[in-house]
Ligand binder design. Structure first.
Ligand SMILES: *Cc1c(COP(=O)(O)O)cnc(C)c1O
Length: 415
């Protein structure tokens, strides 16, 4: 075996392979033309656009169709989408919301920004929510659950929906990093009551920043539109609404037409992006499956996995850290998702640091809210042992070959 680059050997690649922008790397004249057209029409705002139909509106129609739901609403980010979804669902002060132990900070942060308190539910060996643990974290304040399909892998939505029904929970799907993932042919985002998507730079399709809320519920859609636009509902034809009684004070999370224009083009690319990522992931898994001691993250529905990442586990945290460093030295980027920590171990969540000193929303219940390191033992054990690389449709055959060679080279030394 050749000497590892980390020990002074020759790296597998001369230049860094750093995949992490599946849709972003595909930008070309089409995205540029779409933005140009909005500029030339002098129509940057969705509610005063000269372009008919508007770009945001067209994107919303396309996304609703893609996910298989009645309504979609473009917003400014994935975080905004979660907050708008929470408010549309009527979640706020007095409520607790279940959040998976393994997710990005924003899933829990949006709950706090909504005035509610996140409580954390453990995961299983998919790193997604373990439906069997949901009942354990419910109490009389628990109103909703946020599900998060991580890195393109579907959640066990059939069982989660059954548990949610049993405990009377509203289901909010945070599909930020898995647009297009599905279970039994039904897309993530179409299972729950309402769902959030992100189009930040690292997500499947991207507008730099941007997001969307989708739902089948007429009333939740109306509340989402109102919350994201200062309480207004400007396109309410066909909706039985009463501005005297249904109105409330909202925010501004409106998507601009410039963003909408790029979103339309990116959405046209999504099926191609997913099929290419799936093809590449299949090759990587086949080539690497024979390595003893290396396990792949379990996927519950291979057809519903969008292939946006290859996630593996090594036997120990130390081996994982060495593996990642050694791969970096070979010029192939691997990372430990979320620094190997469950989301509740992020300092601002763990220590309940809010923007002001009042202590709200963590101080609103009779009992004190306390987060402990070992509250989700599966997450605590598995997170430090994960090593993953993103997969991009723009990867070349040589890139794929280099990943295989690199993983084999490093594993031969350490496993
Ligand atoms: C990226 C992400 C978000 C936040 O999306 P932004 O568009 O960056 O605000 C929320 N939840 C999850 C699971 C994410 O991966």
């Amino acid at each position: 075996m050749s000497k590892l680059a980390i020990n002074g050997g020759t790296p597998i690649r001369e230049t860094l392979l750093s995949p992490c922008w599946p849709g972003g790397r595909l930008y070309d004249e089409r995205e540029a033309q779409a933005v140009y057209d909005v500029c030339m029409a002098k129509s940057p705002n969705r509610y005063s656009t000269q372009q008919k139909p508007g770009r945001v509106k067209t994107f919303e129609k396309g996304l609703a169709e893609f996910v298989g739901v009645n309504h979609a609403l473009g917003v400014t980010s994935g975080t905004a989408a979660i907050l708008v979804a929470l408010k549309a669902a009527g979640i706020g002060p007095g409520d607790k919301v279940i959040v998976p132990a393994c997710t990005f900070l924003a899933s829990a942060g949006a709950v706090v920004c909504a005035g509610a308190v996140p409580v954390f539910c453990d995961v299983d060996d998919t790193l997604n929510l373990d439906p069997k643990k949901i009942g354990d974290v419910c109490d009389k304040y628990t109103k909703a659950i946020i599900t998060v399909p991580l890195l393109g892998n579907p959640c066990q939505m059939d069982e989660i929906m059954a548990e949610a029904k049993k405990h009377n929970l509203i289901v909010i799907e945070d599909v930020a990093q898995s647009m297009g993932a599905s279970l039994h042919g039904k897309k993530m985002g179409a299972w729950g009551d309402i769902a959030a998507f992100s189009m930040q730079m690292n997500k499947i399709i991207t507008t730099g920043d941007g997001g969307a809320v989708v739902t089948n519920h007429e009333k939740m859609y109306e509340r989402a539109v109102r919350y994201h636009d200062q309480g207004m509902f400007r396109e309410k034809e066909g909706f039985l609404t009463n501005d005297a009684t249904d109105v409330f004070i909202g925010q501004n999370y409106r998507m601009s037409e410039l963003t909408g224009a790029v979103a339309c083009v990116q959405l046209e690319r999504i099926d191609g992006i997913i099929s290419e990522m799936r093809r590449i992931k299949k090759i990587l898994k086949e080539e690497l499956s024979s390595i003893d001691g290396l396990t792949f993250k379990r996927v519950i529905d291979d057809e519903g996995d969008i292939g946006s990442a290859l996630v593996m586990f090594l036997p120990t945290k130390e081996q994982t850290q060495f593996f990642i460093k050694a791969m970096m030295a070979e010029n192939i980027v691997f990372d430990c998702q979320y620094g190997g920590r469950p989301v509740y171990m992020i300092p601002q969540i763990f220590h309940q640091k809010t923007v002001d000193a009042s202590g709200f929303p963590f101080n609103q219940f009779d009992e004190k809210i306390v987060y402990t390191e070992d509250m989700c033992p599966v997450a605590l054990d598995m997170m430090p042992r994960n090593a993953f690389t993103f997969i991009e449709p723009s990867m070349t055959d040589k890139d794929i070959e280099d990943i295989i060679k690199g993983v084999k080279k490093v594993c031969a030394e350490i496993l």
